[in-house]
Design a protein around this ligand. Sequence first.
Ligand code: NAD
Length: 238
Amino acid sequence: MPEVPVRLLIHGASGRMGRALLRLCAGRDDCRPVAAVSRTVGQRVIDGVPQFATTELHGVPAFDVAIDFSLPEGVGAILALCVERGAGFVSGTTGLAQAQQDALDAAAKRIPVLSAANFSLGVAVLDELVERAAGALRGWDCDIVEAHHVHKQDAPSGTALALGASAQRGGVEARYASLRAGDIVGEHTVQFSGTGERIELIHRAGDRDIFARGALAAAVRLHGRAAGRYRLRDLLFA
Ligand code: NAD
């Protein structure tokens, strides 16, 4: 545990994930939010945390790590601020274009960067299982079926694509199917089909807090590290 709580900037603070991050921060003594940034601002201070609009980003106080759960078009500005201030950058925003991934790589030469499509411990383990299964099941079909709430904008989900990349590293090319329905937090099924037999690996997220908890733990562990691009596995399992 750090001697002094890690100072966090929460970007996308008014969103579903931003609100979960701020609520869970209140129960921890290893980190504290010093700024909450959203597209627009109503109240200037909520629960003791100063609120800023994205247009006011340059006025935020000193922080150690920014945690970003916004939309792809919002990522560039907060990443640039982290580089300018020498702060760490943790992002859960999905649907990033290649140019945005390249910007993360460029920033990682100057600051520690972690971008993950899924901050749950269970999915980090699933990811490893998929790579191992694919390595042993060459020639089998691999289908990834994901389901999320109706507000989710990108499809297939970033998690499904990351699982597909793991299957590919194991030697199997995945296909994708997406469902958008009701208030489903997130479900991923990776199905390997051979002749006369089938394996299904399933992760179901019941609660958004699992992602927020993982992101907070990752931010605390990223603070003080050397510049570079980190994976969730490197921080949570270390
Ligand atoms: P949401 O729509 O509830 O909230 C989005 C937030 O981003 C709001 O605060 C909004 O003001 C802000 N925002 C929107 N456009 C912006 C911009 N241009 N600049 C700055 N801020 C902007 O969304 P959510 O459900 O909280 O999800 C946010 C992101 O996190 C999505 O990409 C989602 O897919 C992803 N997500 C990732 C994980 C994970 O574990 N990695 C888990 C859940 C959600």
